[in-house]
Design a protein. Structure first.
Length: 194
């Protein structure tokens, strides 16, 4: 059954309100995930399949928490079920078992409990404004460097310039951009590691 004595100790050391919750969650994980292994990760009891985290639980001073990996965080507590202070705070066992089994399927399909990222549509290309093209052409070094930038680096500059609200701001940004680009600097060069 894969019980880890460190988790026995963790549960035994929990508050009176926490022990029944932790015991129940542990049993539920073993019911939903036959063959799962137990481990302590980040100081919390975890349940794993093929070495991959599926779920974890923890007890705090006034509440417990239960995390199913790959589902994201919800509410004001770690995990998806909020601050659990009594067994009645948990969803029905069949719901928890279903969600645990979904996480196990994700691991079987992808090798990770994390949900697959949604496929992103490519962002629309920002057309080169005539005034910025003229500013770059006036400084051949800037035009050459800009042409050699990656699409995302060019996009950063184009967004910054085209999103200016006033013509004065736009002109100021184009002048700064031309100097920075001629020096080989990307738009957010100030924040890059040196």
């Amino acid at each position: 059954m894969g019980h880890d004595t460190r988790i026995d100790d963790y549960i035994a050391g929990g508050s009176d309100f926490a022990r029944p919750i932790l015991i129940h969650l542990r049993a539920l994980c073993h019911q939903a995930l036959p063959g799962c292994e137990e481990a302590i990760k980040w100081g919390m009891p975890h349940f794993t399949l093929a070495g991959k985290n599926v779920a974890g639980m923890a007890a705090f001073k006034a509440h417990c928490t239960f995390v199913i990996h790959g589902e994201g965080r919800q509410g004001d507590a770690m995990g998806q079920f909020g601050k659990i202070t009594k067994l009645e705070d948990l969803p029905d066992d069949s719901i928890l078992i279903g969600r645990l089994q979904e996480a196990a399927l994700r691991i079987a399909e992808t090798g990770t409990a994390t949900k697959r990222p949604a496929t992103r549509e490519p962002r629309a290309e920002i057309p080169m404004p005539d005034d910025f093209a003229a500013a770059l052409a006036a400084v051949p070094a800037a035009a050459q460097v800009f042409a050699g930038f990656s699409a995302s680096a060019r996009r950063d500059y184009l967004e910054w310039i085209t999103e200016a609200r006033t013509q004065a701001t736009r002109e100021k940004r184009m002048a700064e951009a031309t100097v920075w680009i001629a020096a080989g600097k990307r738009r957010n060069w100030k924040y890059e590691k040196r």
